[in-house]
Design a binder for this molecule. Structure first.
Ligand SMILES: NC(=O)C1=CN([C@@H]2O[C@H](COP(=O)(O)OP(=O)(O)OC[C@H]3O[C@@H](n4cnc5c(N)ncnc54)[C@H](O)[C@@H]3O)[C@@H](O)[C@H]2O)[C@@H](O)CC1
Ligand SMILES: Nc1ncnc2c1ncn2[C@@H]1O[C@H](COP(=O)(O)OP(=O)(O)O)[C@@H](O)[C@H]1O
Ligand SMILES: [Mg+2]
Length: 276
């Protein structure tokens, strides 16, 4: 297992080309946030905006539109239960994050089916939170896109049948291959399973054990993938910086709020920008 530490991330973040524009930095769709959990998809989309994503659209329950626009006016909005609009929106995207606050009811299942069917092979999809349960319980087919799962240990049990006391490196590698996906297994020191190698994150601390922390990570990962040259670089940099920011904040704060992490992303990225 390779260790994900300061050395990897040093100068990993690309400098922006002088004449680049928003279209160069990722068009992302966030799908989730039912009537009870709008905050989850707002945090996720906010993390992507603050990570530098070029264009962010949120598909959510209509009741969430004003909260979203108050928090991040940079994001666009569609009703996620309008399945025709949802399907046509997917076609314009580089990547999709689905799951934060999605719920698991019949409407959520329809949303999930619509999204997975509309994807094409040049896109990526991050399946997080409730969307992990739906993917497993509804026996959904692997989409025609790069698939990325971001389970915590409870969600990994749903995906792999291995509980927190049973999961281990060899069986996790085997399961990741069966899933034909990149797996970011979230825990105290999260593990990242790629097709050819496994990484373990080093920073992180228990001040991060707060609702919304994983929603925020999913948004960061998507935002980074939209700008970095490879999936690997984007994912590893996002996982590292998410917990690195939390470590810095935990020097002075008892608990690290996901929204505080989000606020610190742009300045922290600047500090790691490659000057060449
Ligand atoms: N403000 C919001 O709207 C929030 C919405 N959230 C959403 O709530 C939905 C359900 O997610 P949850 O993760 O709460 O619930 P789940 O019920 O899916 O997962 C929690 C279960 O996993 C078990 N578990 C085992 N190891 C665990 C570990 N290391 N970390 C976490 N759980 C572990 C727990 O005991 C529990 O049974 C998701 O869609 C999520 O995005 C949460 O992110 C919290 C904040
Ligand atoms: N004790 C801890 N040490 C390090 N990281 C933690 C700790 N507790 C939680 N985290 C991190 O916080 C995030 C929690 O994700 P998740 O449970 O999906 O949150 P949510 O669904 O509430 O947004 C993960 O990135 C996990 O690694
Ligand atoms: Mg989660």
């Amino acid at each position: 297992m390779k260790l994900l530490n300061e050395e990897y991330i040093k100068q990993a973040i690309p400098v922006r080309e002088k004449n680049s524009y928003k279209g160069n930095y990722g068009k992302l769709l966030f799908v989730g946030g039912n009537e009870q959990m709008g905050g989850a998809i707002i945090m996720s989309a906010s993390a992507a905006v603050y990570s530098g994503a070029g264009l962010v659209t949120v598909a959510s329950a209509p009741v969430n539109v004003h909260a979203l626009h108050t928090r991040i006016p940079e994001a666009m909005f569609i009703d996620m239960y309008d399945l025709d609009t949802l399907a046509s929106m997917i076609k314009k995207m580089d990547g999709v994050v689905i799951g934060p606050g999605l719920g698991r009811d019949d409407r959520a299942i329809d949303v999930m089916n619509t999204v997975l069917k509309a994807l094409t092979e040049d896109q990526f999809i991050i399946i997080d939170g409730d969307a992990i349960s739906i993917y497993v319980n509804e026996l959904l087919d692997h989409p025609d896109a790069q698939l990325i799962f971001t389970p915590h240990l409870g969600e990994w049990k749903t995906l792999s049948n291995m509980g927190p006391d049973k999961e281990n490196l060899q069986d996790n590698i085997q399961k990741q291959k069966e899933l034909n996906a990149i797996v970011i297994l979230k825990k105290g020191q999260s593990e990242i399973y790629f097709e050819d190698e496994v990484w373990q994150n080093i920073p992180g601390n228990p001040s991060m054990a707060t609702g919304g922390m994983g929603d925020t990570l999913a948004g960061m990962i998507s935002g980074f993938i939209g700008q970095f040259e490879t999936y690997k670089k984007g994912i590893l940099s996002a996982v590292f910086l998410h917990s690195k920011i939390a470590n810095t904040l935990a020097e002075t704060y008892y608990v690290t709020l996901p929204t505080a992490i989000i606020d610190h992303i742009p300045k922290t990225m600047k500090g790691y920008t490659n000057p060449n």
